[in-house]
Ligand binder design. Sequence first.
Ligand SMILES: [Zn+2]
Ligand SMILES: [Zn+2]
Length: 185
Amino acid sequence: MVKKPVISMKMSPKAVSPGAASPKAVSPKAVSPKAANARLRKTLEVSGHRFTEQRAAVYRFVCDATTHPNADEVFQQVRGEVPGISLATVYKSLETLVNCGLASKLTYSDGSARYDGRTDPHHHVHCVSCGRVRDIPGHLSPDSLEILGKGLDGFRVSGYRLELTGFCSECSLETDTKGSMDPPN
Ligand SMILES: [Zn+2]
Ligand SMILES: [Zn+2]
């Protein structure tokens, strides 16, 4: 059994290019809500899907959230905005957004999934305690990728996924506080 490395490199072409039919990769955080809605409507219709308030609310939340929420977290947030929406509808809306190239899906070995309103290539930090995922502002230099790809016998690299794992500031703080509150034996 190999110990889980701090930096896990996974080859995942999907994380880099979320589908051939995807629109131009942009960070939706950079556009106004009105423009985001117009873009959503257009992209959904081009892909043969209807624009619905449910899908729009799910899309808005996924774009605004910085923690890359899972389907349940999206549901908890959006149900306050769209009364009567079900978890199944949220899940289907998320999958539709991913299939249209409007969002990315981050899957994990335990079967869980998180959703990202960004579809441009970028990397993540993943808290192993609370599960929250955040974007890393920095990029790896193309040199380091070239070095990594060297010596791969016959393997054709089509993409990569970089995720730093560890503890977010809140979980680190919690561990520290708990530790200091425990009386020494
Ligand atoms: Zn955490
Ligand atoms: Zn992200």
